[in-house]
Design a protein around this ligand. Structure first.
Ligand code: MLC
Ligand code: AMP
Length: 511
């Protein structure tokens, strides 16, 4: 063990003294001990170290969720390089952008994607492409198997870069949020105490591990508490319900709660051993909050965060800190500053709606190689502009009422209309398009496109949907496409998306 500020060192220090205890249990019944995590991360870290990578090298991973994918993430931290997680739904054009932008020294992908990913990566100058599959096969583990299982954790300073998390930009192209070891560790320590992680806690991990919620909030929480994870490679509500009696903590986006509520097996008895249900990444409807409480006796704790900041606010966990209030995301976490300001930057009064700005040791240092974007997103006095719109009440609880950024959140995934419009506008026969989000009973918001064809073009919904299938991640693809003669515009010539949203508000109405 060393005393550097490496996030991995802090996580590792919290593991049980008896490394033979179970750390991870998969849906197939495989059990990984803490020793397995120690050895596996050491071997992969040694493999990375053997490649002679430069300081700060990026290791990009687009791999299915598996215990070994978790080890890869931890090994990158351990070896002192920079982890760059990529959603498995991203298609070639999207992956190409990330690789060209981040210039990773190493790319790890699924064996079935090796051909196209390696072509993109080698063309962009990446030196090493490994494969990693859900069944432990692939060149990454084959190569790591020859490495020593002892590894000295790399010494890092708090400000050293640990991860780059790509988050779509308001102008359409993604920006890489640079998170340091210090950003991530400070947030993990705050949540450990605020959410009262305690001996004996067991987390059901059912979220993807390429975004902040599953990768940081859930994993760091469990590992920093030496807690076992019941590790599900994908969310399946029945599988979660079946495992609730052996767990104490669950984290999900609102869609997961909506789907759990549709399970008859979700009962008070099934949840009797549970201590904490956390929701975040998108607004939890008060109806879901109430229905969950009535059914299980548990009050979901809703919190709010971003890729750029990890977690910012949280409803209380301990009763002495107050109530969990539906529709709010709670007060600022200890050490985090949250303020609401008007368009002119002046402070809003209590309950007055304005722009949410934040500050704290958890807030990122900037966007990868985008100094102008970074400067735009921070105020002169150092507060980060979240792009969310909200209000603070007299007790300091934050309510998010909307977004100033043109963003759709579908099933907890962010979809930037400008990016989807860009892909649609490139299709032959398309003059222009507008992409909006409207209420959806399962995904919270559903993506809808309004497309104006060029004169004489023969376009239809099915053809547009099919063309997008190859080009963009499935969760970004519009659930419905409407052909329209023109888009409504205001006097400034700007598309009136609010009108379009009103027109289509009932499109996905429940039932
Ligand atoms: C899947 N589909 C979606 C979708 N997920 N459509 C819209 N929005 C989504 N989120 C569609 C696919 O396109 C496909 O359609 C069909 O559903 C089946 O795909 P699937 O992969 O089998 O879906 P499923 O397993 O049911 O996934 C749904 C889900 C998943 C809710 C479990 O989306 C999910 O895990 N969401 C969590 C996202 C998350 O972790 N967010 C955290 C971001 S961090 P077709 O037409 O192709 O058949 C963050 C910061 C913070 O925001 O505060 O936490
Ligand atoms: P991402 O860029 O994927 O990290 O998404 C961050 C965005 O998700 C925030 O800026 C919010 O708009 C939204 N978000 C996260 N948690 C919540 C929540 N509990 N309620 C409402 N919006 C949320």
């Amino acid at each position: 063990m060393n005393d550097s500020a490496n996030l991995f060192a802090a996580l590792r220090a919290a593991w049980p003294a008896d490394l033979e205890l179970p750390a991870l249990e998969t849906e197939h019944g495989a059990v990984y001990s803490w020793r397995d995590l120690e050895r596996g991360t050491a071997m992969i870290a040694n493999l990375l170290a053997s490649l002679g990578l430069p300081e700060g090298a990026r290791i990009a991973a687009q791999v299915e969720k598996s215990p070994e994918a978790l080890m890869l993430y931890l090994a990158v931290l351990r070896a002192g390089y920079v982890y760059l997680p990529l959603n498995t739904a991203y298609q070639a054009a999207e992956v190409e952008y990330f690789i060209r932008n981040a210039e990773p020294a190493v790319v790890v992908c699924s064996g079935r994607n090796f051909q196209w990913v390696s072509r993109l990566a080698f063309t962009a100058g990446t030196k090493h492409v490994f494969t990693l599959n859900e069944d432990r096969s692939g060149s990454l583990l084959e190569r790591a198997a020859h490495m020593s299982d002892a590894h000295e954790i790399a010494v890092k300073q708090p400000g050293d870069l640990g991860c780059i998390v790509y988050t779509s930009g308001t102008t359409g192209r993604s920006k890489g949020a640079m998170l340091s070891h210090g950003n991530m560790l400070s947030n993990a320590l705050t949540l450990k105490s605020h959410w009262d992680w305690r001996p004996g806690d067991v987390l059901i991990h059912a979220l993807p591990i390429f975004h902040v919620h599953g990768l940081f909030v859930a994993i760091h929480g469990a590992l920093l508490n030496g807690s076992k994870m019941i590790w599900l490679s994908r969310f399946e509500p029945g599988a979660v319900v079946e495992r609730l009696p052996r767990a104490t903590v669950f984290m999900g986006v609102p869609t997961l709660y909506v789907r759990l509520l549709a399970e008859p097996g979700l009962t008070r008895e099934a949840c009797a051993n549970m201590r904490l249900f956390v929701s975040g990444s998108a607004p939890l409807l008060p109806d879901t909050f109430k229905a969950f409480r009535e059914r299980t006796g548990h009050t979901i704790l809703e919190r709010y965060g971003m890729s750029e900041t990890v977690m910012l606010t949280s409803n209380p966990c301990k009763p002495e800190h107050g109530e969990r209030i539906a529709g709010t995301v709670g007060p600022a976490l200890p050490g985090v500053g949250v303020r609401i300001v008007r368009d002119d930057g002046s402070a809003c009064a209590v309950d007055e709606i304005g722009h949410v700005q934040v500050k704290g040791p958890n807030v990122f240092s900037g966007y990868w190689r985008m100094p102008e974007k970074t400067a735009e997103e921070f105020t002169a006095d150092g507060w980060f502009r979240t792009g969310d719109v909200g209000r603070l009440d007299a007790k300091g609880y934050l309510t998010i009422v909307g977004r100033s950024k043109d963003l759709i959140i579908s099933g907890g995934y962010n979809v930037y209309p400008a990016e989807v419009e860009g892909f649609i506008n490139e299709l032959p026969g398309v003059a222009e398009s507008a992409v909006i989000g409207v209420p959806h009973p399962d995904f919270g918001e559903g993506v809808v496109a309004l497309v104006v064809p060029r004169p004489g073009a023969a376009l239809d919904e099915a053809a547009i949907t099919a063309a997008l299938r190859e080009r963009i991640a499935n969760f970004k693809r519009p659930k419905r496409v409407f052909l329209v003669p023109e888009l409504p515009r205001n006097q400034m010539g700007k598309v009136q998306k609010n009108l379009l949203r009103e027109q289509h508000a009932a499109l996905f109405a429940a039932g």
